[in-house]
Design a binder for this molecule. Structure first.
Ligand code: GTP
Ligand code: SPV
Ligand code: MN
Length: 633
């Protein structure tokens, strides 16, 4: 606040306040808005109240302009297609700006390119910002969006104010976060995260706007200033780059706050499983982007008499309460979920979430007013015609292009999820019994295994890897490290992050059990060994029996505790090659351990907590001593 110019009426009046009551805002908010007006020179200021009426006005305007297309088969569902160059998060343009480099990123080995976050100095950031933000909103409206991550007024929650010149962002923020003028009342003279976003397309527009989607791909930058509790994002309207409450705030900035305050901000779903005996267990699970969080959080169980409830599908804020229980809240208010692959078989619950009041980004469209994407072929009538997300005709079985972008998404209010937990927005949170890590691992990695201890679980999390997905700019399907599923979302030095996790273990706390799962192992025929989706209840069932310390179902192995053969309920499944699914190919693992050690030495270096190396070494020794693992392929 100190570094921001004092508000004067003239300066704000140069940009008229066209909605909202500026003079009633808290002083710090006035100063922030004034600063933004000075910097970006919008033609006006619009203070969003988050109401349905307001959203309806924007939807009407955007529909007239052609940015949104109404999907007429539904009540209030809209399609939005972006500039084809603005479809995913851009990790290479995402920075953490701190005074000390090693607050933001680890000591990477000389000559190695760090992949666990990108640091920028304040000097460089000031220069980069000065080449982008001045007057970047000329001729555009600046929307001011007051929002809460977590239930408004809960001690768990954090407040933010986002300014943006994108009405798509305004509509999406209203679904994804709690947007309300009450934020100003709760805030008073308190602090909020300053979120500055611009598409980087002042008017008159230079060059051509593609698809009614202004953006500035050459100049994209997403800069985080954890010390200033500020985010500056330029050039992209895509979700993860532009809905700043989500990854930028709730993971990167909140991660830093969480470290300082002793809690966790994680890329995790939160769900509950109720057994036929009516016992309820809450779990959190971290999988990299597009690796199955939404699908697990909304699982439709195939085992009889199990009930699933969803608390959140992407982000968890967790802390130990006074009794030593780890409790979690979902700071979000909606889902921004992967569309392709979602259908009535794989995820019937998600299909019901987006029956209305939803925005579909970069999916195809049918002539009968519905959405279309890869995975919906069997439930789309053959006599309708289909247009791709790029507006081209799409012919079943003939077109080689995709109908939907592989990172196309739906944006839906959480409360529309038919299995939302009654406590999903309870400010007190829910008690976590188990934490799962996982990823897309076509080879070598068993369906499920359990960590021996909290620190062993942290080591397993540090070694999470997965096949690349379309959620960011990487091409191809190579296996990448994505420790704790947080590689793109780290707000501070990953070595310090691991230490923070380790330090959470204290006497008197009930540490959740930690597991690793893999739904994506392939057999020799190249086909998935595990059916996944609703059948994953069988793995959750094993996990909760382990949470009750049923030792009869676990066997020791070099990676931790594996299911005893026959202990996962396979009733009613077609034949499953269980021994292949649970096998630990010795050679694969010896190479994997070596590769993980090199990764940590190169990428985290001296910042790696030594116990992580010790645990890797123990794992290697166990493999070398283990005859059984040798016998397996
Ligand atoms: P982000 O929103 O990017 O963080 O992703 P997410 O982790 O929520 O991933 P999501 O659940 O949306 O799944 C991504 C893709 O993986 C979709 O195409 C799903 O259909 C597919 N998928 C999810 N679960 C399974 C599973 O159990 N088995 C298989 N084979 N595919 C799955
Ligand atoms: C992810 O990429 O992990 C997402 C989508 O959940 S985004 O919000 O764009 O990051
Ligand atoms: Mn995500």
């Amino acid at each position: 606040e100190d570094d921001m110019p004092e508000m004067t009426v003239e300066r704000v009046h140069r940009a008229p306040v066209i909605k909202g009551d500026f003079k009633l805002l808290p002083k710090k908010v006035k100063n922030f808005i004034t600063h933004c007006v000075h910097l970006m020179a919008p033609r006006g200021i619009y203070i969003s109240d988050g109401s349905k009426k307001e959203a309806d006005e924007f939807i009407q305007k955007l529909t007239e302009k052609g940015t949104l297309t109404k999907l007429t088969a539904f009540k209030e569902n809209y399609l939005c297609c972006t500039d084809p160059e603005d479809t995913a998060r851009i990790e290479s343009k995402t920075f953490i700006v701190t005074s000390n480099k090693y607050d933001a990123v680890p000591h990477v080995k000389e000559g190695v390119k760090g992949i666990l976050g990108r640091w920028m100095s304040h000097e460089d950031a000031a220069r980069e910002m000065s080449q982008r933000f001045p007057n970047c909103m000329t001729g555009r409206m600046m929307y001011v969006i007051p929002f809460s991550m977590g239930p408004l007024g809960s001690p768990f929650s954090k407040l933010g104010i986002q300014v943006t010149d994108s009405s798509y962002v305004l509509l999406s923020m209203r679904i994804m976060t709690r947007v309300s003028l009450k934020v100003f009342d709760v805030l008073r003279d308190g602090t909020f995260v300053k979120c500055i976003h611009s598409l980087g397309c002042p008017r008159p527009i230079q060059g051509r706007v593609k698809n009614h989607w202004p953006c500035n791909p050459e100049k994209v930058i997403i800069a985080h200033f954890p010390e200033q509790r500020m985010i500056q994002s330029f050039g992209s309207g895509y979700g993860g780059n532009s809905l700043l409450g989500k990854k930028c705030f709730a993971l990167r900035i909140a991660g830093t706050i969480a470290r300082d305050e002793g809690w966790l901000a994680e890329h995790m779903l939160i769900m509950s499983i109720t057994t036929p005996q009516k016992e309820e267990y809450f779990i959190a699970a971290a999988f990299p982007s597009a690796c199955g969080k939404t699908n697990l959080a909304m699982l439709n169980p195939t085992l009889p008499d199990y009930k699933i409830h969803c608390i959140g599908d992407d982000i968890a804020w967790m802390r130990f309460d006074k009794l030593g229980t780890l409790v979690a809240i979902n700071p979000e208010h909606g889902f921004f979920g992967v569309a392709p692959g979602t259908n009535s078989k794989t995820n019937p619950i998600a299909m019901r979430c987006f029956e209305e009041n939803s925005i579909f980004t970069n999916v195809g469209e049918t002539s009968d007013g519905k959405y279309f994407w890869e995975g919906l072929q069997d439930e789309t009538p053959r006599d309708v015609t289909i247009k791709t997300w790029l507006g081209k005709d799409w012919h079943r079985g003939k077109s080689t292009e995709l109908a939907a972008h592989p990172n196309s998404r739906f944006t839906s209010p959480a409360k529309q999820c038919p299995i939302m937990h009654p406590k999903w927005d309870d400010p007190k949170g829910v008690p976590i019994s188990a934490i799962l890590f996982g990823g897309r691992r076509p080879k070598g990695v068993p369906l499920v295994f359990e960590a021996r201890s909290w620190s062993h679980g942290v080591m397993i999390g540090a070694c999470v890897k997965s096949e690349c997905t379309a959620a960011a700019e990487f091409k191809g399907k190579s296996i990448m490290h994505d420790p704790m599923a947080m590689r793109p979302f780290l707000g501070y030095n990953f070595g310090h992050y691991l230490q923070h996790w380790l330090d959470l273990e204290e006497p008197g706390r009930q540490m959740p059990k930690i597991f690793h799962v893999n739904w994506f192992r392939l057999g020799e025929d190249g086909k998935l060994l595990w059916p996944g989706f609703g059948e994953n209840i069988r793995v959750l069932d094993w996990i909760i029996r382990r949470c009750d310390n049923d030792d009869s179902i676990a066997v020791d192995s070099p990676v931790g505790l594996l299911p005893r053969p026959g202990s996962i309920n396979m009733d009613g499944l077609p034949p499953i090659d269980e021994s292949e699914l649970l096998s630990l190919p010795k050679q694969y693992w010896l190479e994997d351990i070596k590769e993980n050690r090199t990764f940590l030495e190169d990428q985290v270096g001296v910042d790696t907590p030594p116990i992580i190396f010790n645990l890797l070494e123990e794992q290697e020794k166990a493999f070398r001593a283990n005859q059984q693992a040798t016998a397996q392929k």
